[in-house]
Write a protein that binds this ligand. Structure first.
Ligand code: AP5
Ligand code: MG
Length: 192
């Protein structure tokens, strides 16, 4: 089993690199952002709550987010895969602790946290560009600024949290999509 967390600021390439990693290593992909956007587009109760936070660039409260994640893991537990790649979760220390406990119930753990490190002006450039092309609702300059603030205050501390556990793989995420995925795949391959 190889359970990974793909970690980093908004726009760093978590979704893009996850697509590569799930194919290379045969993993399930759980993106909490995509999951919530799907609920928003279907107009579910969860979607309505999520929208009120996402549109402001704020995080969904931990207790709700952990329940959503636990449900998703339960759904996936019987289907075959070599592990899960968690994209956009955990985003706070309490979420990291909850994930650890949930995985323990399945005698599993996080092997590596792949940290995509990208310069802030590049992050903003990528998200503005995507906002123009796909119209993702939170890709406008005001919401982007708030997402980055929230990242620095609440999510960035997880870097040290996982470094202390010896699980953090620092990846320069400024290059091309291919360069980055080749680097990650070669760093992970020996463990597989
Ligand atoms: P989420 O969907 O997770 O968004 P995010 O963290 O803001 O990150 P993005 O999805 O914008 O970027 P990404 O890192 O996936 O990069 P991507 O590959 O798309 O969360 C959205 C919201 O949901 C949160 O703000 C929060 O409200 C809520 N939420 C989600 N999870 C939560 C949780 N656990 N707890 C509480 N709330 C939660 O790439 C970005 C762009 O750049 C793309 O256009 C891509 O094509 C391009 N690109 C990618 N790589 C490169 C490259 N190497 N060079 C050039 N361009 C590139
Ligand atoms: Mg994403």
């Amino acid at each position: 089993m190889m359970n990974l967390v793909i970690f980093g600021a908004p726009g760093c390439g978590k979704g893009t690199q996850s697509e590569r990693l799930i194919k290379r290593f045969g993993l399930h992909h759980i993106s909490t952002g995509e999951l919530l956007r799907d609920h928003i587009s279907r107009g579910t109760e969860l979607g309505k709550i999520a929208d009120s936070y996402i549109s402001k660039g704020h995080l969904i409260p931990d207790d709700l987010m952990v329940r959503v994640l636990a449900h998703e893991l339960e759904e996936k537990k019987d289907s075959a895969s070599n592990g899960v790649i968690f994209d956009g979760f955990p985003r706070t220390i309490p979420q990291a602790i909850a994930l650890e406990n949930l995985l323990k119930e399945h005698q599993a753990e996080i092997h590596t946290v792949v940290g995509l490190e990208v310069d802030e002006d590049e992050l903003v450039k990528r998200m503005i560009q995507r906002g123009k092309e796909s119209g993702r609702a939170d890709d406008n300059i005001d919401t982007i600024k708030e997402r980055l603030n929230v990242y620095h205050q609440r999510t960035a501390p997880l870097r040290d949290y996982y470094k202390k556990q010896g699980k953090y793989l620092a990846v320069n995420g400024n290059g091309t999509v291919d360069e980055i995925s080749e680097y990650i795949e070669s760093a992970l391959a020996p463990q597989n």
